[in-house]
Write a protein that binds this ligand. Structure first.
Ligand SMILES: NC(=O)c1ccc[n+]([C@@H]2O[C@H](COP(=O)([O-])OP(=O)(O)OC[C@H]3O[C@@H](n4cnc5c(N)ncnc54)[C@H](OP(=O)(O)O)[C@@H]3O)[C@@H](O)[C@H]2O)c1
Length: 358
């Protein structure tokens, strides 16, 4: 098992996505050869931004069609690669057998390649913080890599909305176990927080959810975050840098996971108010928060906000093994807004009587 050599070939799944697109761009910037995996290479709406990247015309960046649901479709793509950044979503997280199957599709292709040294598995902070009983966060409020949700809680089921967190933890373990059995490659998991930052292609404005939420704020409507959780953020560019840092690190071990977050948190109403504070020239008409929760949840607002305020976010470990410096959230929000306006042509709701440029 080893890190990847400089200039190596790296495959990126989910390359047309918000995070994957930045992983591709930064790998190219660092001199790597990149195989960008998308489901439909003939969809210009999702792939033109990749073709416009430096490296495509010369062939250092190539596009490949692959759907995780199909066994063997990564075999040819991974052959000759030293690294894989597995960034993509899957078609659903609520079916444990399906999650296992798609993990196995990637794992089998990695094993067959005989060249891949390291796989970065993209998990989520959901696999660290999503609890069946939120009071578990009071008992264990330090949010760091060794923390997992209470897996014995009977409320922790896909039916109760925990499929994503369960699936991400399952994927982390499947890859680590397979790498251990193989002895030829290692699997390092990256757990990104709430990604904010610039989109690179118009279609990414509808993905997210976080950049899409900022789009909704710009348009004049937004909702409270479930359980009144503040946004726990990372810039999407820093998530990509973390993925590459983990790919290159000589200080990481198979099975480890690393949280990618700046440790900045902000309540959703303050995120929304940030738009006018950061870009007063825009004349954004800050909307009121909509609280869609039933009365029994609304009655607990103060208690729930208190639980989140008592949590302590840590990023000591990823800073120790990569050279990533996390951007402040204000920079991520500003760059996200400006990309939504310029790349996706979002038309913000302006204050009554406001004239742009006045
Ligand atoms: N965004 C966040 O704040 C955040 C936070 C924590 C964790 N994550 C994790 O980070 C990863 C990327 O997130 P993202 O925000 O970049 O997502 P995204 O913008 O929605 O992109 C995900 C990509 O996954 C691909 N995909 C979905 N189903 C697939 C399948 N069956 N086979 C192959 N590809 C498939 C799609 O590819 P095509 O475009 O080619 O169809 C899509 O571009 C995900 O694993 C997500 O769980 C994200």
């Amino acid at each position: 098992m080893a890190t990847i050599p400089r200039g190596a070939t790296v495959a990126v799944t989910g390359a047309a996505g918000f995070i994957g697109g930045w992983v591709v761009r930064f790998l190219l910037d660092k001199g790597y050869r990149v195989r960008a995996c998308v489901r439909d290479i003939d969809d210009p709406d999702r792939t033109d931004f990749l073709r416009a990247m430096p490296g495509y015309a010369s062939g250092r960046l190539s596009l490949h069609a692959a759907d995780l649901d199909n066994a063997g479709c990564f075999d040819d793509i991974f052959r000759g690669c030293h690294g894989v950044c597995h960034v993509s979503h899957i078609s659903g997280y609520d079916d444990v057998e399906y999650v296992r199957m798609v993990c196995d599709h990637i794992i089998d292709s990695v094993n067959k390649s005989e060249t891949v040294n390291r796989v970065i598995v993209t998990s989520s902070i959901a696999a660290i913080i999503t609890e069946g009983d939120i009071n578990e966060l009071v008992r264990r409020p330090v949010l760091y890599e060794d923390r997992s949700p209470d897996e014995d809680n009977p409320k922790r089921t896909p039916e109760k909305g925990h499929g994503y967190a369960i699936g991400k933890l399952l994927a982390q373990r499947s890859f680590a176990d397979a790498a251990e059995r193989s002895g030829r490659w290692d699997a390092i998991t990256c757990c990104p927080a709430d990604n904010v930052g610039p989109i690179q292609s118009p279609h990414q404005k509808d993905m997210g959810p976080w950049q899409h939420n900022i789009e909704l704020m710009l348009l004049g409507a937004y909702e409270q975050t479930p359980a009144y959780r503040p946004w726990m953020t990372v810039d999407v560019r820093d998530t990509a840098a973390c993925q590459i840092g983990l790919l290159e690190s000589v200080d990481v071990q198979n099975g480890e996971r690393y949280i990618a977050w700046s440790t900045d948190t902000r309540n959703v109403e303050d995120v929304c108010a940030s738009i006018d504070r950061l870009l007063p020239e825009l004349g954004h008409d800050t909307p009121e928060v909509t609280d869609p929760f039933p009365d029994r949840i609304k009655a607990r607002e103060e208690e729930l906000r208190g639980i989140w305020a008592g949590c302590e976010l840590r990023n000591d470990r990823i800073r120790a093994v990569t050279s990533v410096t996390f951007r402040p959230l204000d920079d991520s929000i500003r760059d996200c807004i400006e990309s939504l306006l310029t790349v996706a042509k979002v038309q913000p709701r302006r204050k009554p009587g406001f004239k742009p440029g006045s």
